[in-house]
Design a protein around this ligand. Sequence first.
Ligand SMILES: Nc1ncnc2c1ncn2[C@@H]1O[C@H](COP(=O)(O)OP(=O)(O)OP(=O)(O)O)[C@@H](O)[C@H]1O
Length: 607
Amino acid sequence: MICTSRASEYEIEIRIKANRKLIKVAKPFLERLFQLVKGSGFVVLLLDHEACILELLGDQAILDQNSNFQIGEFWGEESKGTNAMGLVKIEEKPLQVFATEHFSRMNHGITCSGAPIRGEHGEMIGILDVSGDYHHAHAHTLGMVVAAAEAIENLLRLESANAEIVRAYNNVNAILQSMSEGLISFDEAGRITKLNPVAYKILHINSESYKGQMIGDFLKNSYISAEMLNEGRTIIDREISLDIGCGQARFLFSGQPIIDKNHEVCGGVVILREIKNVHRLVNKIVGARAHFTFEDIIGQSASLQQSIQVAKAVADSMSSIYLQGESGTGKEMFAQALHNASPVSHGPFVAINCAAIPRDLIESELFGYEEGAFTGAKRGGRPGKFELANEGTIFLDEVGDMPLETQVSLLRVLQEKQVVRIGGFKSIAVTIRVIAATNRDLKEEVQRGNFREDLYYRLNVINISVPPLRHRKGDILLLVDYYIYKFSQMLQLPLCELDRKAAEALENYAWPGNVRELSNAIERAVTIAKGRIITIEHLPESLQSLGEPPAKAKNNVSSMGELEKKLIIETLEKASWNITYCASELGIARNTLYRKLKKYHIAIPNT
Ligand SMILES: Nc1ncnc2c1ncn2[C@@H]1O[C@H](COP(=O)(O)OP(=O)(O)OP(=O)(O)O)[C@@H](O)[C@H]1O
């Protein structure tokens, strides 16, 4: 059964919209074809892949005579019976249907020549057809239609390749615009062709000043450009120093030559990263950050609170700070808290323990080195802690252990606020807050000739002393509570309590290792007690004699007892055997001190 069919206005609109690219490209070809057949009773038709007419150009005579030549008319076999467009829809190849070969009597006066139009992937996307008075038609008409269909296909392919190029270009442009690194591209001769906005910004140049420049001249490094252009070598993360108008700046440089299919260098790209940003990133990754604030420092004792007050008062200046205190008293904690309350709190906090680094490495650790500075020096050199700490804080722990020759270099850096890497000659400006710490008596080290006096005064602009735990007796149980909570959480154990004897022992102990030692003792006790009450047996042996010792431990008068005795004698000597002063120095009551004098058989000399 033949079903005459015509698409609704709405459907026509949808089909035209869906095929707008095809219509746009095909239209000039329809016009050209029509010019060739005009006046001889012909119509030129563009149909979609379902043989629905999308566009047509025809002589008025044929359009009047055949009402099926209209936009929206379906010419499939099911609608019009045998005809060229309907057969092309099925066969997907060029075809001609002559006069009475048509099924419909209405079409017996015409000859149709149709050809498929294929898309990028070979699929049929439309049909081109020329139909008209069979008297005027001949075999060449089909050839003409096929040629026009192929021309349409070629143009469609070209347009989509162009669109792909534009899309790729836009993508590359979007990437260049959004990159956080500076990018410079150059051609096969080494001439700069493009810079991205970050490159303009970090190099402090305007849009015109680079034009026509050779990349080697621009980078002031003909060696690097020769490596890329002549040798086709890729360069990864090499440090270079560039003139940026307002002085020299250091960059991390990577270069990638582009090689064509003849294995020739046809251009390349250079990526520049500001060293200070690289350092910021490195610090973030390696954890050069300060975690503690003043609120994290536990303790209510007057001596600790006084140190905290001084530290808070000076935190917002950039002056050097010198922290003095025994090992484990919390000097690094103070340094971190100072950094976090300072104007450079957003910058890095870089800590270096001068006692832990071999003497011959300390200078390169602190100040960095240039490539070739010594055997084994890394290619491209390496920045030192001072460079890494730029715009932040450097914490020089155990500064008293720094070799004298390094002290000279340190003094120079502090005075000039510039670092020169080992083996280098360029000065690198640094803005840094210096916090130094030691558990030695630095003044005494100066007198002994182990520490430079001028450096001592440089570092000692503000002096904060962090009191030992034995002078902060009231803080001991606060810290114990804190560490019980911390380690119970960490070990996922129920919170345990502390019995009286254990508390007494903890309070009476002299804590030569200060808070660090206390933290270790509580970690051990929490682990052994496993959520039960912490008793004296859970504490380290050195403490067990300090509570009311259990009978079995009586003969075990620990070496800690001897240590405490020694400490008391030392403090008494310092206090010229003044009991009140000595007791306050030790942070214990006078009565307790008398008890201990008796216990250790310490006799007060007659004066
Ligand atoms: N008041 C405090 N409150 C809480 N924790 C503290 C306190 N003081 C020290 N600590 C903790 O004790 C440990 C040792 O502290 P820190 O490393 O700051 O001491 P330090 O004086 O720098 O030691 P060293 O001289 O041996 O380097 C750290 O785990 C720190 O968090």
